[in-house]
Design a binder for this molecule. Structure first.
Ligand code: PHE
Length: 332
């Protein structure tokens, strides 16, 4: 039996000349297959004696290993060529726009609440959070609202049971804070309030911002001063505002402020007044030593004036055509 030394050289030449995987597989079968060259060599050495068998099988195994390696290498080369051809022929259109992620934007009411809070923080007010589910003591009784007041009826207020309700005003926070905090008190709280009302100027849920300042030397002029300062900051100096005497059971004297809108109509935006001595008494504050003012701002009203929005219900419709218009106001 003769062992062909040129085998590897010839196999290598043949393998390297193949241009595709199909022909490469044919060569793989030719050399390494069950009936291929290497297998037939193993069959031939069966007849040899033990010593020769060992030495020749070493040679055949070596040839097998080398041919296997040459085939694997060639396979990789062919595959690489095929892939690079594919990549090059594929036209990648770099002008194709990517998939954009649509950014949401801050709701106009959130933006306005932040804007107002920032103003009052700067002049020393502390931001606090109140309860939306409240009892009648904090929402009505302690605020000096008489038992037979129409605001207490089922027609106006959402009662959860005989004593518990969805707060109708953020003034409930006045009571809780005066009970809890040490004097002097200077707080601001923003939040949702609920009243059974719905038309282009009312929604059953809306927002108020309540301010409260209690100290030993607070007066009505301070209140008027701070509110004019705030409205000048908010609307600019050209905006026309008017103070109107008013009545709230929990403040005395009381006032309301109206703002002149684009159609020359006065729109009420906030109520305020000096905290009523009965209210101070209800929370154990000595009204001969301390006094203070409180105010309640209608957030939707101010926002409607600010952006010239005619229907309050638009704030809660989640209509993207409406919401998109406030994109630029994301950050203060
Ligand atoms: N709570 C009043 C309202 O809802 C507003 C207000 C607050 C008035 C504080 C006076 C003082 O109309």
């Amino acid at each position: 039996m003769k062992f062909d030394d040129d085998l590897i050289i010839n196999a290598k030449k043949e393998i390297c000349e193949t241009k595709d995987i199909i022909n490469l597989n044919k060569l793989k079968i030719k050399y390494l297959g069950k009936k291929g060259y290497i297998s037939s060599q193993f069959l031939l050495i069966k007849k040899l004696n033990k010593k020769e068998k060992i030495s020749k099988s070493i040679i055949i195994n070596y040839q097998k290993k080398i041919i296997k390696e040459i085939i694997q290498k060639r396979k990789k080369e062919i595959e690489f060529k095929i892939n690079s051809k594919q990549y090059l022929s594929q036209e990648i259109d770099i002008s194709l726009p990517g998939k954009s992620i649509k950014m949401g934007s801050e709701h106009p009411l959130s933006y306005i609440i932040k804007k107002i809070e920032n103003f009052f923080i700067k002049i020393g007010f502390q931001i606090v959070i109140g309860l939306e589910i409240e009892d009648s003591f904090h929402n009505f009784d302690a605020l000096n609202i008489p038992k037979n007041h129409p605001a207490r009826t089922k027609k106006d207020t959402f009662w959860l049971d005989k004593n518990i309700l969805l707060r109708t005003q953020t003034s409930n926070v006045q009571i809780r804070i005066m009970k809890e905090k040490k004097l002097p008190i200077r707080i601001l709280t923003a939040g949702k309030v609920y009243r059974n009302d719905c038309d282009s100027n009312h929604t059953p849920m809306f927002h108020q911002i309540e301010g409260l300042y209690i100290n030993n030397n607070v007066n009505f002029v301070d209140l008027k001063g701070i509110l004019s300062l705030f409205l000048n900051f908010f609307f600019g100096k050209k905006c026309k505002i008017r103070f109107r005497p008013s009545y709230f059971p929990f403040t005395e004297p009381s006032l309301e402020i109206d703002v002149l809108n684009k159609n020359k109509k006065w729109i009420e935006v906030l109520g305020a007044g000096m905290v009523h001595p009965n209210v101070l008494k209800n929370v154990n504050i000595n009204s001969s030593k301390y006094c203070g003012y409180a105010f309640g701002i209608g957030v939707e009203r101010l926002t409607m004036l600010y952006y010239n929005i005619s229907d309050i219900r638009l704030f809660y419709k989640n209509d993207l055509r409406f919401l998109k218009q406030f994109k630029l106001n994301n950050f203060i």
